[in-house]
Design a protein around this ligand. Sequence first.
Ligand code: FAD
Length: 288
Amino acid sequence: MKPPPFEYVAAHSLEEALDALATHGWDAKLLAGGQSLIPVLNFRLASPAVLIDLNPVRELAFVEANGVLRIGAMTRQRTLERHEHIARYAPLITAAMPFVAHPQIRTRGTIGGSLAHCDPAAELPAVCLALDATLVARSHRGERTIPARDFFFGLFMTALEPDEILTEIRIPPMTPDTRYAFREVARRHGDFALAGVALTLRLDAEGRIQSPRVALFGVHDAAVLAESAMRLLDGATPSEELLREAAHAVANDIEPSSDVHASAEYRTHLAQVLTARALHDALAQTTE
Ligand code: FAD
């Protein structure tokens, strides 16, 4: 299928992109890697009058580590997968990236596009929740920072306003004692997941769990923190019973839907099993 006709605007700087967005507003869509937007246009699920291409905007593609890990919104997913700063300061991202689609798609797809698109089964929103990321949005009205937990509203809905561009993702570097795990189940490798989990936690000197962040995807209308499980885990001493209870509790925080791929009951079951396995993975990890 072909997309409906649209006017094409190539932005060569963030300022140019913001100008174009301010001019065209609701009639415009930003084009990043195009790996979700172009299929949406081809299926005629959206028909924006104008596409504003962010690909020439070089200032939005960067990875910097200087106290905080900063990732430009136009950074390709394949760059995330291979970048040494990411592997060092946010290895949860490195672990998750091979599960995002296929290498050809990751070569074009961007982190900003994935987060702004907000597919409930996408990996990167959950990873950002588990890493306690902050998202930076710019418009002609100024810049604002949005904690990841306030960014993902629901099915393809985020906290971004129509005149805002997601410019950057800021991630507090994972300390050497942070444990992490990533698990998902998909029908075929590279497909969107039926259910998945990304989590981080630390153990204190007495071996108690500290600052657990358990994020689930594919099982709610957007990626979601499993607050019930996190409350059970925080400050507790790991045991088989605790992990079983925490995994069981994730059912309180999700509302999976049924579709041709899986029933809601099966998705809940997967979320619980994957959470238990990811907790085991993280606790078995060796840290510095
Ligand atoms: P685009 O498609 O260009 O844009 C997506 C949306 O975000 C558009 O509405 C656009 O206007 C908006 N947008 C983009 N950038 C910004 C910005 N900086 N600020 C504000 N709004 C912006 N993804 C997964 O997570 N897991 C998968 O398993 C997976 N499998 C896939 C399989 C196939 C066959 C395909 C085609 C795609 C798959 N994807 C998957 C999607 C892929 O990861 C996309 O790259 C990603 O969802 C969108 O990123 P993009 O850069 O291509 O954004």
